[in-house]
Design a binder for this molecule. Sequence first.
Ligand SMILES: Cc1cc2nc3c(=O)[nH]c(=O)nc-3n(C[C@H](O)[C@H](O)[C@H](O)COP(=O)(O)OP(=O)(O)OC[C@H]3O[C@@H](n4cnc5c(N)ncnc54)[C@H](O)[C@@H]3O)c2cc1C
Length: 380
Amino acid sequence: MRVIVVGGGAGGTIVANRLSRLLSDNVDRGELEIVVLDKSEYHYYQPGYLFVALGEEEPEHFIRKERELLDENIKFFHGDQGEVVKIMAAENKLQTKDGRIWDYDYIVLALGSIPYLDAIPGLKEGSYSFYTMEDAIKLRDAINDFRSGKVVVGVSSLPYKCPVAQYEILFALHDLFIKEKKDAKFEYFFPLKGTHQHPAVSPVGERWMVEKGIKIISPFNVTRVDPDKKVIYSKENIEIKYDMLIVIPPHISPRVVRDSGLADMWVPTDPYTLKSLKYDNMYLLGDITDIHGVPKAGSVAEYQASVVAKNIASRIKKSGTVYKYDGSAFCFIMHSMDEAGYLYMAYTKPPVISLPSKYAKWMKMLYNELYWGMSAKAEI
Ligand SMILES: Cc1cc2nc3c(=O)[nH]c(=O)nc-3n(C[C@H](O)[C@H](O)[C@H](O)COP(=O)(O)OP(=O)(O)OC[C@H]3O[C@@H](n4cnc5c(N)ncnc54)[C@H](O)[C@@H]3O)c2cc1C
């Protein structure tokens, strides 16, 4: 029997390690093979990009070899051997870029989401982002070089991963420039009315912005950016001039999803069992699901990994128990360089954000440190 996990990012790594513990007897007896396939040999801890951009950490701090994170009894393939180009779900097969056809009994899709700056003309040339390590480094250099002027921060379109990342870069940078005595004015735009898509979060973000004197422009749906004139244009016919522009880019699913006919964008998933709505032996977790109202976040992938692993183990062991995800998600939201708020939500619990504190910022940094040894290795 074989379980294949496609994608060895946050969700894929944790689910594979959990499966290997739950089914270690089956693996040891040679009855079960757990395989992780990823196009990359390296695992990037994406929440770290913010701290690279802010100059608080070096890029290497947030990169590890995936092999080192996975239990020894898990097989790992990367590069052309790991990049999945097609999933023939009706036949329980998939194909990797090297041409190999794999059979599976269960498949877990943990493919993530991809920033796609080309969706908006001029965005790549005219703005900064921090949604890849490369872009975070470019933003760090631009922040260092910035002397004075108008900084515009905004969100291009929904959905996007880490739905508070725009707040974090805005508030942290606002504070950093005050500390560095740089003369900066800040403006914020968002595609819906308010500052956030969740009605319970939006007023909190708005209050923090008003307190800091940050101008809010919403709704504002970016149509194009003119890098020469340094102007950003919207569907609402509003133009914003900027000296530095930081935009949360549009997101798409990896191409293999469309090439395999699984979905046009996000893959239909049962919000509780995390099983595909179409294929009985396919489970999904993390950014790739279409689950409404759940953020695309690493904390979500981590909670979901536990449910997916238990459901697959339960079926292999024929225990009959079905485990359910309760919609849990958490995150820390930077309110300045030194303070953060803490947010928790679930299907039946609207988000609540704690007052900003040094303690929560410290917890955020601690979580980053514990990720490699605890979360990714599924030790908690
Ligand atoms: C700047 C930033 C800040 C963030 N901050 C936070 C935060 O504070 N808290 C939080 O909870 N979340 C945060 N996130 C979001 C979090 O990183 C993601 O939601 C999380 O990584 C999703 O996990 P995943 O397993 O679904 O996808 P990923 O971790 O992205 O993993 C997907 C994997 O699939 C692989 N892959 C893709 N296509 C293929 C293919 N065809 N074949 C094989 N492999 C493939 C990729 O190489 C990758 O390794 C942040 C993200 C960013 C960018």
